[in-house]
Design a binder for this molecule. Structure first.
Ligand code: TXA
Ligand code: MG
Length: 321
């Protein structure tokens, strides 16, 4: 697609985007997880613009994206060995590490928290943009607050429209769910958000991850506390497919070999039962059912809780809450 503010990613488009970012503007950026709304991570005015465009509350902090692990760790006050090990294994990729922040990181990026979220994305367009810009880019998912994250350029446009002057089109996102967010403190490792790297894979390095929503009364991952990923239509989670009403106005987010007749609209996340494929298709399928005039209510059954199934289920639960 080539709507007026969406451009295919030529070298020229990337240089143009980097220039807009230097001026404090915000740009739609593809990553391997979901599209981000990028702005200069060290410029408070640009950060404020991100919150404004997304209609995001200021207490929900942003991830800073950088091109290399060295740059990431340069923004942290202390880097535990476990962080270096995770970085070696999973960066560039769908992992975000939350570490004590250095002074130079603006409070607006961390919502006043003492920690900063850091990620090295793998998508070649994100990498090229980060290198052309030459500094950290703050980038939340490029949806309006609480809505379904966009996994292609058209969805970014649908979410944010004219509020962004430029959206780089890097094709559909390969991972399809957001990064896994891990907090690493003194001798403790906590899972703040399940995401594109399976928890089991992280735990192979860190040992069992704790789950905490707050430390000393301060929310650790404020973005995890409320309704999220929400379609406009009601989404109902049921225990098994037999509980889904056989009606024409029902949208079904199915998984695995579901081939029986169904009078509604069925979107199968992965007919072969592949959890990675299901993650890739999740938000796109949710968006399609949300946009389908025949559908009144969306139904889903939780997926198996191994691998990326956990990240998918968390999103289904929040979408349905
Ligand atoms: O895959 C991703 O992570 C995407 C792409 C664009 O990189 N970004 C993304 O950003 O999902 P966002 O803002 O939609 O989600 C960031 C999550 C939120 O749950 C937020 O609360 C948490 O990370 N977070 C950010 N900074 C934090 C911090 N300093 N401490 C704890 N949690 C933090
Ligand atoms: Mg988000």
């Amino acid at each position: 697609m080539q709507a007026n503010n969406v451009v295919f990613t030529t070298e020229e488009a990337i240089l143009g985007a980097a220039e807009l970012l230097r001026q404090g503007q915000v740009v739609g950026m593809p990553t391997e997880t979901v599209y981000g709304l990028a702005g200069d991570g060290l410029n408070p005015a640009a950060l404020a613009r991100i919150f404004e465009v997304k209609q995001r509350p200021l207490f929900d902090p942003l991830i800073l994206h950088v091109a290399t692990a060295d740059e990431a760790f340069g923004l942290a006050e202390r880097v535990p060995e476990a962080a270096r090990e995770l970085a070696r294994r999973f960066w560039p990729g769908p992992l975000t590490l939350v570490l004590p922040k250095r002074e130079m990181v603006p409070d607006l990026a961390t919502s006043g928290l003492p920690n900063v979220a850091l990620r090295v994305p793998a998508h070649p367009v994100a990498q090229a943009l980060l290198r052309a810009f030459g500094g950290p880019l703050a980038a939340p998912s490029a949806n309006r607050f609480g809505r379904i994250s966009p996994t292609d350029a058209a969805a970014v446009r649908e979410e944010l429209g004219e509020a962004v002057s430029l959206i780089l089109d890097g094709g559909p996102c390969a991972v399809g769910v957001e990064s896994t967010v891990v907090f690493l403190g003194e001798g403790e490792a906590l899972l703040l958000r399940a995401g594109g790297i399976a928890v089991e894979e992280i735990e192979a390095t860190t040992g069992p991850l704790g789950r905490a929503t707050a430390v000393e009364g301060r929310p650790l991952a404020p973005g995890q506390l409320r309704q999220h990923y929400a379609p406009r239509k009601p989404l109902k989670l049921v225990r098994e497919a037999g509980e889904i009403p056989a009606r024409g106005d029902v949208g079904w987010l199915a998984f695995g070999a579901e081939t029986g007749a169904f009078p509604g609209v069925r979107e199968n996340l992965s007919p072969t039962g592949d959890l990675r494929e299901a993650a890739t298709n999740l938000f796109r399928a949710m968006r399609r059912l949300d946009d389908d005039a025949r559908v009144g209510t969306i139904y889903a059954v939780p997926l198996p809780t191994r691998g990326l199934g956990r990240a998918i289920n968390e999103r289904l639960e929040r979408a349905g809450s």
